[in-house]
Design a protein around this ligand. Structure first.
Ligand code: SF4
Length: 212
């Protein structure tokens, strides 16, 4: 089966499994989504969602966050791991957004990836989640694992996987592919024990065929 054809099967199945696009990181604004996505590095969305209500209650917008004490941010972000880097990056990013962008979150990939702690994955999540822009396809651990197992692409860096996936999925679906694959990675294609025998992708999944 050609990769584009397989991608269409994957899209159809994901669309049926997850007809509504779920918001994994709770947020009300582009700034909150940016912060939550930075915090989600090496951390579960569930944990981030436990941390952000107190964080955003104390620092309700980018202006308030830009004036925060880094030690207070460290304490609030502690349980998400790598809290020293995360708090330093978020504080620095808040200051850049206030100083250079008058408090508005930039809506282009070029500008977002220049912010501290913001790589392509975070920028893609923010662009799609906050602005509805499909600039790229956010590759996190779920998207990488599932795409390689399904034979949609070779293993490689997130950038290499993103580039391969963007060639076989239609651009308008990129944001949805990320969100739905995250759900699929939690419900079916888990990292340790994927549920291959009951998986709706089993028929065309080379990894599933080897495992069952
Ligand atoms: Fe993942 Fe197994 Fe389904 Fe393949 S068959 S997508 S490895 S759960």
């Amino acid at each position: 089966m050609r990769k584009k054809e397989k991608a269409q099967y994957v899209l159809n199945i994901l669309g049926k499994l997850y007809p509504k696009l779920q918001v994994h990181l709770i947020h009300k604004t582009a700034w909150e989504l940016l912060v939550a996505t930075v915090l989600s590095a090496q951390c579960t969305d569930a944990r981030v969602n436990q941390v952000t209500p107190a964080l955003f209650a104390k620092y309700p917008d980018v202006f308030a966050m830009s004036k925060a004490d880094v030690r207070d941010l460290e304490e609030l972000m502690h349980s998400t791991g790598f809290y020293k880097n995360k708090s330093k990056n978020i504080l620095s990013t808040a200051n850049i957004i206030v100083d250079k962008f008058a408090g508005q979150i930039p809506s282009s990939m070029d500008e977002l990836v220049k912010l501290d702690g913001v790589a392509r994955k975070t920028a893609n999540v923010v662009l799609w989640g906050a602005f509805g822009i499909n600039a790229g396809l956010a590759v996190d651990t779920h998207v990488a694992r599932i795409s390689v197992r399904l034979g949609l692409c070779k293993d490689g860096s997130p950038e290499e996987i993103e580039s391969a996936l963007c060639k076989i999925f239609p651009q308008k679906e990129w944001g949805g592919v990320n969100h739905r694959m995250v759900s699929f990675g939690r419900d079916h294609c888990m990292a340790r024990n994927p549920a291959c025998s009951t998986c709706p992708m089993f028929e065309f999944c080379p990894t599933g065929k080897k495992k069952v």
